[in-house]
Write a protein that binds this ligand. Structure first.
Ligand code: ADP
Ligand code: GLC
Length: 492
């Protein structure tokens, strides 16, 4: 089974969120199941800078917005991903500073429609014939709006492979104007409400939904939620119509990258077998020192709550900001935050840190190392997301013995078991779950957590159960393998 993974980011080369983690970890898991996987990414400047061995596999002429691009297809024998990597090199579009989607000043690149159409056209050509790579996939597996056009574009190829389209986040829909559609020279007949048109514009995500042989999303609960108006972002109707080809498959995590027993970012290692409570406490001490504190024993007894994430409404950071002052005034609690995103959230966090010095510790920016240290050092992890397709941080938290406090949506509902008295008694509880996205409900869940934290035996049991969960990829990778077999058999 030959699979081409097309996406806009992949850890450790270029990552803005969980998509990057999945494009690193799922191909490796599929490889273990016997698949032959290659990953294809745009040749961003940042990615090229990390390559030491590159060679040109060939050239393609690709239509952009009112102009043609001479595109180089690069292959590398660097093993950053653990599977072969291909790059679509169109310097006018990708040789830039900043992140994959944004100018360094924080706004969307003005030509994102052209950038990801050119990328998608190149992917479709390489998937639809073996001339250039002497390799042709049985399935092209595309991810998020940036590759939404691929299933449509491969349908124009002489020998199209089967296509799978995975929705990681419906709120980023790749919506562009009619004028853009014309400049990109996409087939006229695709401009139809049955195909790509979306409320007077067109959506690359909708193209993926309509044209793919099968659609997946990243948790069973999110697969149901997106068929309702509250979570559908305008796509609920089309998703209901397509539900015969929609499956929710839960994301896994890479258990080597995220392993508290070996994690090279951690000052102290620990595991279920070795000193997990003491190990976490030492990591807490190190993190507080790193933040400029001289922690006393009492400081180490104070529960530390962690938050890591993109500072956008999805993540419910506003709920946390609203709930915090009263919580901080009432309880002995410390909070550590790592994130970047919308300026008003960044400013509000700065203000909170100034209001509660030494108790609210905020780092604005992106740091893989600090993210690992926070997972290990925290006693609790806060994830009050309004919606969460899967969420990886709660899974990392479970593995690091940091019970997550989550809103019961999407993948959070599928992976965290609330610490009710019955669930604790039955040895099932792994965290704290609340039902309504409100500061009050979040406060209630955090207060339940703080109360249990003061009962060391129960708390230890909760931590143990959390750390014993297995959210590795094996099960989900097998579900993808079955799906690949099914869709490629229909194609053949
Ligand atoms: P999403 O993909 O919606 O951002 P996930 O929970 O699936 O949410 O994945 C987020 C990933 O990005 C995790 O690996 C998390 O550690 C990482 N991450 C998010 N923000 C930061 C940050 N500021 N610094 C380091 N890592 C971050
Ligand atoms: C998205 C979602 C997140 C998910 C990640 C990887 O960015 O917001 O919930 O875990 O993709 O699938």
């Amino acid at each position: 089974m030959k699979i081409l993974f097309a996406a806009s980011e992949a850890y450790p080369l270029v990552k803005t969120g969980g998509l990057g983690d999945v494009i690193y970890s799922l191909p490796r898991a599929l490889q273990k199941e016997g698949a032959e996987v290659r990953v294809i990414l745009p040749a961003y400047r940042l990615v090229l800078e990390q390559m030491s061995q590159l060679h040109i596999a060939g050239w393609l002429q690709v239509q952009g917005a009112g102009r043609m691009h001479d595109v180089r297809i690069l292959e590398t024998s660097d093993r950053h991903l653990g599977v072969p990597l291909l790059l679509v090199d169109a310097p006018a579009l990708f040789d830039r500073p900043g992140n994959p989607y944004l100018h360094p000043d924080g706004y969307n690149w003005h030509d994102n429609a052209e950038r990801f159409t050119v990328f998608s056209r190149a992917v479709a050509r390489l998937s639809g014939n073996a001339d250039l790579l002497e390799w042709k996939p049985d399935v092209v597996h595309c991810h998020d709006w940036q590759t939404g056009l691929v299933p449509a574009l491969v349908s124009l190829e002489a020998e199209p492979p089967a296509s799978i389209y995975t929705i990681h986040n419906l709120s980023y829909a790749g919506v562009f104007s009619h004028e853009e559609f014309e400049r990109l020279d996409l087939p006229r007949e695709w401009w139809s409400t049955h195909l790509m048109e979306f409320f007077g514009n067109f959506s690359m995500l909708k193209a993926g939904i309509i044209f793919a042989d099968h659609i997946t999303t990243v948790s069973p609960t999110y697969a149901e939620e997106i068929q309702t108006p509250g979570f559908g972002y305008g796509f609920d109707g089309v998703l209901r119509a397509m539900k015969h080809k929609l499956t929710g498959i839960l994301n896994g995590i890479d258990q080597e990258v995220w392993n508290p027993a070996t994690d090279s970012y951690l000052p102290y290692h620990y595991s279920l077998k070795h000193h997990y409570m003491a190990g976490k406490r030492k990591n807490k001490e190190a993190l507080l020192r790193q933040s400029g504190l001289e922690p006393s024993e009492q400081d180490l007894d104070t529960p530390l709550a962690g938050f890591i994430g993109r500072l956008v409404e999805q993540k419910g950071i506003d709920l946390l900001l609203d709930a915090l002052p009263a919580l901080m005034d009432k309880h002995d609690l410390r909070l550590v935050v790592l994130g970047s995103g919308e300026h008003h959230f960044e400013n509000a966090l700065r203000e909170l840190a100034a209001l509660y010095p030494e108790r609210v510790l905020v780092t604005l920016g992106y740091s893989e190392e600090l993210a690992h240290r926070i997972e290990a050092a925290s006693d609790l992890f806060v994830m009050p997301s309004r919606f969460e397709p899967c969420g990886l941080n709660q899974l990392y938290s479970l593995r690091y013995g940091t019970p997550p406090v989550v809103h019961a949506v999407g993948g959070l509902a599928d992976t965290v078991v609330d610490a009710t008295p019955e669930n604790i008694e039955a040895g099932r509880a792994t965290g704290f779950v609340f039902d309504h996205p409100s500061p009050e409900a979040l406060t209630g869940a955090l207060e339940r957590a703080l109360e249990l934290y003061r009962q060391p035996n129960t708390w230890r049991r909760l931590v143990r159960t959390a750390m014993s969960q297995d959210f590795g990829w094996t099960h989900s990778a097998r579900q993808y393998m079955e799906l690949y077999e099914r869709v490629s058999a229909v194609r053949a």
